[in-house]
Design a binder for this molecule. Structure first.
Ligand SMILES: [Zn+2]
Length: 270
């Protein structure tokens, strides 16, 4: 075999390796987020992400007190279903729970469409449109895969780029804790942590579009966040209200995205 042919063979083998091993990883690593169009870094396979979401949801509801208020529970389901239907993942196995915890002004949505609302936020949401602001925002976190994005960054930075599977085997307790935090949940079940600033802002934007598509007046988002700001100025600020983006930035951004949301709302059959 001539040296050139050997080189050619080596090159072809490398190319084959690259195409079969590296490029699927790169493709998988770059996902486009709906509505915002941002490219995000994600190396957590969706089946693993969804399995972890289901496990975390089971942990939360296993320790939670389910609300006895059937009217409010039906409202959570109704608003959630309307948003889920128009979201970019109507195919998820959506579940909704209202947790009886009047002091907890929180809500979250885990990967795969597992939604939980704490009863303490209902006096702030006030109306179904107000609840649609919260659910739109939380559902947006799940659909934009913000948890998997945080997990991917953690795997790369703290665990030397190993896969989640390996990390779970080698350091199960630490990895489990990392997963819970990546989903925006604190070590104490019921503590909902804010995501990063850009993820929070992205969830606001996607949530605004989803609520408009679901037939809720997006202008209600401005009123809701103002109520949330007032509710947070008391002795114990709600964890749901993240310190970032700041209230002013959040309102300014929502006003910037409002014309598009208004247009969608106008064209949505009521
Ligand atoms: Zn959020």
């Amino acid at each position: 075999m001539s040296p050139n042919l050997v080189l050619y063979n080596v090159w072809m083998k490398n190319l084959f390796l690259w195409v079969s091993l590296v490029s699927p990883l790169l493709l998988a690593a770059c996902a486009t987020i709906p509505v915002s169009g941002r490219r995000s870094f994600n190396i957590v396979p969706e089946d693993q992400e969804l399995t972890l979401g289901v496990q975390a949801y089971k942990e939360v509801i296993g320790q939670a007190k389910v609300s006895p208020d059937s009217t409010a529970t039906a409202m959570v389901r109704r608003v959630g279903e309307r948003i889920a239907r128009v979201s970019d993942r109507p195919d998820y196995d959506w579940e909704y729970i209202l947790i009886d915890d009047p002091k907890n002004q929180n809500a979250f949505c885990l990967p795969g469409g597992k939604v939980a609302v704490y009863s303490g936020i209902l006096p702030v949401t006030k109306t179904e449109a107000g609840l649609a602001v919260v659910l739109g925002h939380e559902i947006a976190h799940a659909i934009a895969k913000h948890g998997a994005e945080r997990m991917s960054q953690n795997l790369l930075i703290n665990l030397g780029g190993q896969t989640l599977e390996v990390a779970l085997q080698k350091k199960p307790a630490e990895t489990r804790q990392m997963v819970i935090q990546a989903f925006g949940l604190g070590a104490t079940i019921g503590a909902v942590l804010p995501f990063g600033r850009s993820q929070e802002s992205e969830a606001d934007r996607i949530g605004l579009i989803y609520m408009a598509k679901a037939g809720y007046n997006p202008q209600e988002a401005l009123a809701f966040w103002k109520r949330m700001e007032t509710a947070s100025s008391g002795q114990s600020p709600p964890q749901f209200l993240s310190t970032h983006p700041s209230h002013e930035t959040r309102i300014r951004d929502l006003e910037r995205w409002m014309p598009e949301a208004d247009q969608i709302y106008k064209n949505t059959p009521k």
